[in-house]
Design a protein around this ligand. Structure first.
Ligand SMILES: [Zn+2]
Length: 316
C-alpha cells in the first residue's frame, strides 16, 4: 500500500503514519479530524486514504483499477460528501442538519462492500478564482478531481455543524461498522464540538512543505515587536530563499497565516494580543491578494513585513 508521492513530499509525517497503519493491518480509525488552513489538501488526502482502502489490487500509488480510478475522479460510491449542499433532502443551504446526520445513522446500517468515507466540510458553490483553480490543477495532474464544477470544500465550524447535529452523530462515530470512517475538515479542532474531537484521531496538516527547510517561525522571532530594519532585511531574505529554491510565495504566506493562527489559539485569553494578531492575519491576506493580482513579489513582501513591524504597525 502506497500513498502518492505528491502527498509524501508535502506531508511526510502524516504519510508515514498512515502507511505504517495500513501495513499493521489494524482497524482503520472510525473518526478523523484534520486541522489546518489548506482544506483542499485535507480533502484530497482523504480521497487518497479511501483509494488505498478500496483498491482491488495492492493499493500502489499508480494503480488504475476501477475503484482507484473512480475515487480519484470523485465518482465512487464510497465517497460521501456531507456538507450544507450535499447529501441532503431538506432545503437549508447553510448547515449540516440533523436530518442529514440521521440519514447517516440509517445508511451505515446497510452493509456495503466498500470502505465508506463520510467527508464533512462546509462546501460552497462558487465560481472558482484563478488561485483556487491552480490549486485544484495540482491535484488534477495526479488524476484527482472534485465532484462538481464550482464546488469547493470549506472548513467546518460550529455554525455549520451545530450542537444538535453533532450530538446525533456521536453514536454513529462510536458504533460505526468496521468499514466506515468519518472525516472532519477544519482549520482548527476548536471549531468542532469537543465530544466529536475526543472520539477522533486529530491530525494537523501543516501548510509548510516540510522538505523546504525554511522555518516560518524565524520570521516571527521578535513578534509582535520586530523593528522595521530587521523586518526589511527578513523580507529580502525571504525573497532570496524563495527564488533560489523556486518556492511558491503564496504557500509561504499561507504558512505564516497558519503560524499566526496557532498564536491566537495560545493567547485566547489576551483580548488585545488576539486583536493584534487577527489584524496581522488580514495583512498577510492582503499580500496574498496583491501577489495574485501580479504585484511585484519584492514589493508585496516588503510592504507586508513593514506592516508587521512594530513601527509599521504604528504608522497604519
Ligand atoms: Zn487500485
Amino acid at each position: 500500500m502506497q500513498i502518492n508521492k505528491f502527498f509524501k513530499n508535502k506531508y511526510p509525517f502524516l504519510t508515514s503514519y498512515f502507511e505504517n497503519f495500513f501495513n499493521s493491518k489494524k482497524r482503520f480509525p472510525q473518526s478523523i479530524v484534520f486541522e489546518g488552513l489548506d482544506i483542499l489538501s485535507q480533502y484530497f488526502f482523504t480521497l487518497e486514504l479511501a483509494r488505498i482502502l478500496n483498491c482491488e489490487k495492492e493499493g500502489l500509488e499508480d494503480c488504475n483499477c476501477t475503484n482507484c480510478r473512480w475515487i480519484r475522479e470523485n465518482k465512487h460510491p464510497s465517497i460521501i460528501n456531507v456538507t450544507p449542499l450535499d447529501f441532503k433532502d431538506d432545503a437549508s443551504k447553510t448547515v449540516i442538519s440533523v436530518k442529514q446526520t440521521e440519514k447517516i445513522t440509517s445508511i451505515i446500517k446497510e452493509s456495503s462492500s466498500y470502505h465508506r468515507f463520510f467527508i464533512f466540510s462546509g462546501a460552497k458553490e462558487l465560481v472558482l478564482d484563478d488561485n483556487r483553480q491552480n490549486k485544484i490543477r495540482e491535484y488534477q495532474n495526479i488524476g484527482y478531481d472534485l465532484s462538481k464544477e464550482n464546488w469547493y470544500p470549506y472548513p467546518l465550524n460550529k455554525k455549520i455543524l451545530q450542537e444538535e447535529a453533532s450530538n446525533s452523530l456521536l453514536k454513529s462515530t462510536e458504533e460505526a461498522p468496521e468499514k466506515v470512517t468519518f472525516v472532519f475538515l477544519s482549520n482548527t479542532k476548536e471549531d468542532i464540538i469537543s465530544t466529536i474531537v475526543s472520539r477522533s484521531l486529530v491530525f494537523k496538516m501543516p501548510f509548510w512543505y516540510e522538505k523546504s527547510n525554511i522555518n516560518v517561525k524565524e520570521f516571527f522571532e521578535n513578534y509582535p515587536n520586530e523593528n522595521i530594519l530587521n523586518s526589511i532585511e527578513k523580507a529580502a531574505e525571504l525573497i532570496n530563499f524563495q527564488t533560489s529554491n523556486n518556492l511558491d510565495l503564496i504557500e509561504i504566506l499561507n504558512s505564516m497565516q497558519e503560524y499566526l493562527f496557532e498564536l491566537i489559539k495560545k493567547n485566547c485569553s489576551n483580548e488585545n494580543l488576539k486583536n493584534l494578531i487577527t489584524s496581522d492575519i488580514k495583512k498577510v491576506q492582503k499580500a496574498k491578494k496583491q501577489l495574485s493580482a501580479s504585484v511585484l513579489p519584492k514589493y508585496a513582501i516588503e510592504s507586508l513585513f513593514i506592516d508587521l513591524s512594530y513601527e509599521g504597525r504604528k504608522l497604519c
